[in-house]
Design a protein around this ligand. Structure first.
Ligand code: PMT
Length: 404
């Protein structure tokens, strides 16, 4: 998995820096090409000479080489890396990464990195538990950084608790898992619907819902990162197209979404329907703004919109069809009912009763149910992590321990 991969190993100033030498050795033994970038404080804990000898490359630390004044290009390093691993990542380095405080080569390289970044925190238990650290870690997760959770155990301070850097073998495994996952959908064509639909009443008003598109966009981003050809059919949202998405089709109404999706259905291998589609639309749309004068009540006649999921379910030709169920009550039975009725293969249940799930949130908490009745429940996670869980579950992707 790591053979020939370009890895930037970022080392910051904590006692666990001594383990970075062993991590570096393991990466090199697995066939990776490793470039070390170390912070000024990191050098207090481990010498660049050791790291240069193990990596076979001069260690980068300063913006300029002291003897020649040559500028070290963090941009080149960021472009070169297939993966950047920051291990150990101190509270200070995590804070700088989360806030873009680019005062050393490790941070500037991070800000220039085009591919995945992975962070293995190492610090005392109180520093790890501090709300500031937890906020910064949450920001990094939201930015798509993989966090290799610290372990519990004896710490350099003599205290015992959570904060020990994951062992080098565990970090290498996380890197291997990342590269393996990246290939999960290579050659597959994935279509994702995202966001709300707006059903116009007149030129200034519509019937809509609170969907932000974040869940669907996260699925599109994750599928693209795993090598799929992704088509994203998006309702009216203000989100940028995720990196690697091949085609984005912007639509407004349910009928437009229906047309865009059904036209492309035959070419898809997997379809994930994360959009919150309006079930009804006004029977007529006024050409002019409806005036307030007149009766104190008004009636709006609504007609049923096409059910995109059910249409795809009826004409399935080998595609894997994944729907969502947004429920407020009898969650599981309602979701199962939708799965059957729409002939889906999987349904992702999220509940509006859950404070960490649903519309507009950065997190979601889902239960994924298969047609065969397999149920996988997950804790609240960022929407990008939920997207990864959905893809792992529907593709049966497991790590070496059999965990999805
Ligand atoms: O966009 P976010 O702010 O991140 O919020 C994410 C989300 C809450 C919108 C998302 O996680 C979600 O639950 N999407 C589905 C919401 C929904 O409309 O659920 P539903 O139970 O009404 O519909 C069931 C399934 O049928 C869904 O896959 C839906 O896309 C699909 N459907 C519904 C109606 C319709 N006319 N056509 C459809 O295809």
């Amino acid at each position: 998995m790591l053979k020939g991969k370009h890895i930037v190993l970022g080392i910051s100033g904590g006692i666990a820096a001594y383990k970075a030498a062993y991590l570096l050795r393991l990466l090199v033994k697995k066939g990776a090409e490793v470039q070390v970038v170390i912070t000024p404080n990191g050098k207090e804990f481990i010498t660049p000479a050791t790291l240069a000898a193990l990596s076979g490359k001069p260690v980068v630390s300063e913006f300029f080489a002291a003897n020649t004044g040559e500028w070290h290009s963090h941009v080149d390093l960021g472009l070169w890396a297939d993966l950047m691993i920051v291990a150990p990542a101190t509270a200070s380095t995590i804070g700088k990464m989360a806030n873009g405080i680019a005062d050393n080569m490790l941070i500037t390289t991070y800000l220039s990195a085009k591919e995945q970044v992975m962070v293995a925190p190492a610090m005392d238990l109180d520093m790890w538990a501090h709300p500031s650290t937890q906020r910064n870690v949450a920001t990094l997760r939201k930015d798509g950084v993989i966090i290799v959770e610290p372990a519990s155990g004896e710490l350099a301070s003599g205290l015992t608790g959570k904060g020990r850097m994951e062992e080098p073998e565990g970090i290498v495994k996380a890197a291997e898992d990342y590269f393996r996952r990246r290939e999960t959908l290579r050659g597959k064509r994935v279509m994702v619907t995202a966001g709300p639909t707006y059903e116009n009443i007149d030129p200034v008003r519509f019937i809509g819902n609170y969907s932000s598109g974040k869940m669907g966009f996260a699925i599109a981003a994750e599928a693209a990162a795993r090598g799929a050809d992704v088509t994203l059919v998006a309702g009216p949202v203000g989100l940028p197209t995720p990196d690697g998405v091949k085609e984005r089709v912007d639509v407004t109404s349910a009928v437009e979404m229906y047309n865009a999706v059904t036209q492309r259905y035959a070419d898809a291998d997997i379809v994930v329907l994360a959009a919150a589609v309006a079930d009804y639309a006004p029977a007529t749309i006024s050409d002019t703004k409806i005036k307030r004068e007149g009766a104190s009540t008004m009636e709006l006649q609504l007609v049923r919109n096409p059910d995109i999921a059910a249409t795809l379910g009826e004409s399935k030709q080998g595609q894997t069809l994944v729907g969502f169920a947004l429920e407020t009550d009898h969650e599981l039975s309602n979701a199962m009912h939708k799965l059957e009725k729409k002939n889906l293969d999987w349904i992702v249940l999220n509940s509006l009763r859950d404070p960490e799930a649903g519309f507009m949130k950065d997190t979601n908490k889902v239960t994924i149910v298969s047609r065969k009745g397999e149920t996988h429940s997950f804790p609240a996670k960022t929407k990008r992590e939920v997207a990864a869980d959905i893809i792992d579950t529907i593709t049966g992707n497991k790590d070496e321990n059999g965990k999805t």
